[in-house]
Design a protein around this ligand. Structure first.
Ligand SMILES: *Cc1c(COP(=O)(O)O)cnc(C)c1O
Length: 486
């Protein structure tokens, strides 16, 4: 009987061996993946910003999941054809829509070693070095923002979750109870990212009053209007609670007057949150530091390394001026975790975020930072700022109506032939955007500003350089002339 059991177990061990390939098989798997990534990288500079295909990737579902699997070559071929090919290409230079993504090669390799070693980065006891690495990066970001030594934070999956953590912290610090929600007021502009509304709802604050603060003609928060709104609300028996400022709105790239807003937040005892998911890493540049002056006075902020540091998607940082506030709103305990509750030199990420087990995200940020250093990041970010300014000039010269000079790296503009009604010009700009996307060499997106269908060009992909911006101007001029109307 005992022998039979042992035989059965050994048989299962042999059958599951495919899950733990030996050196030779590892080489074959690895070579197939590396060859694929090299095929991609060799042509990434000429890769179109957007690729429309008839099947829209549906072929991926035709490769079945079977008991015995398929060859790595077949899997990779399917991946290339149906996943890599269709849709937007964030790592390509021509991706100028939304907020472009990056995809640093160093980070890909960082993810690889993080996955192979699979260190547990949630709790200090389990992965002391991993947790130190993560906290070191949080500290590096906090120093960049200008927060004091008592600040804390965590590396989340993106800006949305990072914003959620900040809002939950603000709720707990102001001891908002459900009975207070309908009187609690949040101040934000129409440019504020929708992840804030969503975070409020998820945090149980769907009933809070959202006071939309008017903006100036550059889409920045009107500080006088904010001051008036807060005092009026207070006089009306409401509870001014949270002020959300943009340090680079997603839509137009507008940076709110952060320093002046900090004065009001301090005077009115409101929690001050700065959403710098898009713009935060411009703090590495001189222009960015000037634009974002006052961010160091906020209570919490969010920066997305998968935007301004060109990391692959899945990395956002929340920072809170007072680390204790973040811990107080996220801490937990559980009987089965008792062994981990030993004296720790470092805060455990699991104590300051909603996550317990998580991707060891730090490596993808740490590897490029320690190996390349900060200078290439500084240079790239300054280049993007200048490219946006340059495009703003060039596209005006090409006869387009332009929005304000960019605060950061987003330019808004539209084709406005003379004598056209608003409806007509909106239709023409939509057509122009479609024509540009069908062409595919560059990928732009659009927004509505004061009822006007407006095109936007966002420079933040690390491979976008001068030649792409020149090409973008050329394509836009060409397509606009083809559509006509002037
Ligand atoms: C991108 C962005 C977010 C949301 O971040 P995700 O990483 O996409 O979840 C929030 N706020 C601003 C200003 C952003 O640009």
């Amino acid at each position: 009987m005992k022998d039979e059991l042992r035989q059965r177990i050994l048989q299962l061990e042999r059958r599951s061996r495919a899950l733990d390939p030996g050196a030779g098989r590892r080489r074959r798997l690895r070579n197939a993946v590396i060859a694929s990534s090299e095929r991609f990288l060799r042509r990434v500079r000429s890769l179109r910003g957007f690729v429309e295909t008839a099947d829209r990737g549906s072929g991926i579902t035709e490769l079945p999941i079977t008991p015995d699997g398929v060859s790595i070559d077949r899997a990779i071929a399917t991946f290339e054809r149906y996943v890599v090919h269709p849709g937007g290409n964030p790592p390509s230079p021509g991706y100028l829509a939304y907020i472009p993504g990056g995809g640093l090669y160093h980070s890909a390799l960082g993810d690889f070693i993080a996955a192979v070693t699979n260190k547990y980065a949630g709790v200090f006891f389990a992965g002391p070095g991993a947790v130190r690495m993560e906290n070191m990066l949080v500290r590096w970001a906090a120093d960049l923002v200008g927060y004091p030594a008592g600040a804390g934070g965590s590396i989340a999956s993106g800006g949305s979750i990072a914003n959620l953590s900040a809002i939950v912290t603000a709720r707990e610090q102001h001891r908002l109870k459900s009975a207070d929600h309908a009187r609690a007021v949040v101040y934000a502009t129409a440019q504020t990212h929708h992840s804030i509304d969503r975070a409020l709802r998820i945090a149980g604050l769907g009933e809070a009053v959202l006071h939309r603060v008017p903006m100036d003609d550059r889409f920045r928060m009107d500080v006088d209007a904010l001051a008036r709104a807060v005092s009026e609300d207070r006089n009306n028996g409401l509870l001014p609670w949270l002020i959300v400022a943009n340090a680079g709105s997603t839509d137009t790239g507008a940076v709110d007057p952060l320093d002046a807003i900090a004065d009001i937040a301090a005077r009115e005892h409101c929690w001050y949150h700065v959403d710098a998911a898009y713009g935060g890493f411009f703090l590495l540049t001189e222009h960015g530091r000037e634009m974002l002056k006052g961010i160091e006075r906020s209570d919490s902020t969010v920066l997305d390394p998968h935007k301004g540091m060109f990391l692959p998607f899945g990395t956002g940082i929340v920072l809170v001026r007072d680390a204790r506030a973040l811990a107080a709103s996220h801490a937990y305990s559980a009987a089965y975790m008792q062994d981990a509750e030993v004296a720790a030199d470092e805060v455990s990420p699991a104590d300051v975020s909603p996550e317990l087990t998580k991707h060891f995200r730090a490596v993808r940020m740490w590897l490029p930072l320690v190996v390349a250093g900060t200078n290439p990041f500084r240079a790239a970010l300054e280049e993007k700022l200048l490219l946006a300014r340059y495009f703003h000039e060039q596209i005006a010269r090409a006869g387009f109506a332009t929005g304000p000079e960019p605060d950061l790296s987003i330019v808004t503009f539209r084709w406005e032939p003379e004598g056209m009604s608003l409806d007509e010009s909106n239709r023409v700009n939509r057509e122009l955007l479609d024509a540009v996307r069908k062409d595919g060499r560059i990928f732009l997106s659009s927004t509505m500003l004061d009822g006007k269908f407006t095109l936007r060009l966002a420079v933040l992909a690390h491979r976008t350089h001068l030649r792409t911006i020149d090409m973008a101007t050329e394509i836009l001029r060409e397509k606009a002339l083809a559509i006509g109307g002037c």
